[in-house]
Write a protein that binds this ligand. Structure first.
Ligand code: ADP
Ligand code: AMP
Length: 214
């Protein structure tokens, strides 16, 4: 099963993608996580990506597309995957479709996690991410058991540099301009499913499971 998560930054794509990956035993692939891992390791890719990410801009396709195509070609992707944060533009979606169609494959579902802009700033300012394993929490809605510490691996939780309100506003503009058109793109392909992302995390997941099947 090949799934794409769509939605504004902070809509809950990563939160849901991790649960989907666990239930359906497929890898969760987040281009944002891959960039953040590279930043942490101090790679050349990380240095280049950070310049764009810190400004709330998209990382150029020249740094993003092959990275993703190489990742989905790996052995663990044979039974499918859940993509979180890719594609973010129509050209990215077209390249992915082309690569898949050469293999006689296609995306099965594009799930749009729908959350209005008014809720997003609050979601992002409360988001805390684990520096080591990438798990995400929300100070109010999904708090860790121990303040500032990851439940899963015990590392420190941080506010992402690009989750500061001024950068979030820019990311929302970029989303509306460049990513939202993907909703029509996948509607036209007949695979778009929309879920109400303002509901509680587990309710949203229940709605997604009803779409994907048990
Ligand atoms: P995205 O991957 O779309 O950027 P995240 O999954 O990281 O978004 O979620 C953004 C923030 O909102 C995180 O702090 C997360 O814990 C919180 N969150 C996710 N889903 C919900 C929900 N259904 N209700 C309330 N908060 C949520
Ligand atoms: P995310 O973790 O998905 O919120 O992504 C964080 C940041 O990484 C985005 O604001 C972009 O700067 C960059 N990024 C992640 N995925 C992509 C992508 N598919 N195309 C371009 N930039 C991306």
């Amino acid at each position: 099963m090949k799934i794409i998560m769509l939605g504004a930054p902070g809509a809950g794509k990563g939160t849901q993608a991790k649960m989907i990956a666990e239930k359906y035993m497929i890898p969760h692939i987040s281009t944002g996580d891959i960039f953040r891992a590279n930043i942490k390791e101090g790679t050349e890719l990380g240095k280049q990506a950070k310049e764009y990410m810190d400004k709330g801009q998209l990382v150029p396709d020249s740094l993003t597309v092959n990275l993703l195509l190489d990742r989905v070609a790996k052995d663990d992707c044979k039974n499918g995957y859940v993509l979180d944060g890719f594609p973010r533009t129509i050209p990215q979606a077209e390249v992915l479709d082309e690569a898949l169609s050469k293999l006689g494959e296609n995306i099965d579902y594009a799930i749009d996690v729908d959350v209005p802009d008014e809720n997003i700033i609050n979601r992002m300012s409360g988001r805390r991410a684990c520096v080591t394993c990438g798990a995400t929490y929300h100070l109010k809605h999904i708090p860790p058991k121990k303040e500032g510490i990851c439940d899963k691996c015990g590392s420190e939780l941080i506010l992402r540099d690009d989750d500061k309100p001024e950068t979030v506003k820019k990311r929302l503009d970029v989303y509306h301009e460049q990513t939202q058109p993907l909703i029509d793109y996948y509607t036209n392909k007949g695979i778009l499913k929309t879920v109400d992302g303002t509901k509680d995390m587990l309710e949203v997941f229940g709605d997604i499971v009803s779409i994907l099947g048990n």
